[in-house]
Design a protein around this ligand. Sequence first.
Ligand code: C2E
Ligand code: MG
Ligand code: MG
Length: 278
Amino acid sequence: RLALEAGLRHAIRDGQLELHYQPKVDLASGRVRSAEALLRWRHPQRGFVPPNVFIPIAEEGGLILSIGEWVLRQACAQMRAWLDSGMPPLRVSVNLSAKQFRHGDLTAVVCSALEDAQLQPGYLELELTESSIMHDAEASAATLQLLSTMGVHISIDDFGTGYSSLSYLWRLPLDKLKIDRSFVRELISNPDDVAIVKAIISLAHSLRLGVVAEGVETVEQLEHLRELGCDQYQGFYCSPAVPPDAFVDLIKRLRAETPALTEADMLRTQSRMYAYTP
Ligand code: C2E
Ligand code: MG
Ligand code: MG
């Protein structure tokens, strides 16, 4: 653990961190809506260290702030490079850790990353867990309102595994809920999971939010989710997270099968806050 923490301190400087991208796919049209940036650490001796191992270490040591900022900047810069190279418009989504979300600088860092990449805020989506948001719901609401008013999209990640105050859920300027992978895994064999997924989809739609299923691996899961009215999915069935070059190839291949999004399609948000801004 100590060795990993010491290694992490040099990881950014030594270029050992990379972002891989996983598509989020529209269930109705098959079109790719966005790309989730997932952090990879290519350790010189250990090979890839999974984020579930090093993110908690980075959180404890406080390194998560500089790593999180690197991720935001890198994801925005990547999207700018893709747009410049003629890739159809896509949104990039970035995971925020609780510490990063609570840090006073967050909106300034987000603004600066967008500005440096000359990216409209509508191209960026931030993923937060229920516990990061609900920990101090008042303060979170204020931060999320700032971000949402700018036009940044907000999703709740791993929805259903934490705890949420339903009254806050309604008041927060959210764009979508992401159904945790654990409920999708046994969707075909476990009626309890079907009930939970159904309930989350119905809750999301009642709050006029979009809903994304995580961890879709089979066509059976996909078809079941379609029947239940889910809007988007992510998972190995379409593709795991892949390096940027492979992502471009993947988009080209998928695009040959389905028409691309227009910019207006892509920038549309579910958030009520944004609708009120001039
Ligand atoms: P997450 O944000 O919920 O990301 C989804 C995880 O599920 C990813 O794991 C992804 O590779 C994996 N996954 C996607 N589709 C499938 C599937 O069909 N089957 C299975 N079995 N797994 C699937 P990954 O990349 O290992 O990331 C794990 C977690 O680490 C993420 O969960 C997120 O919480 C965290 N993480 C990753 N990158 C970052 C980052 O840049 N910053 C922060 N703060 N956390 C990050
Ligand atoms: Mg995520
Ligand atoms: Mg998740």
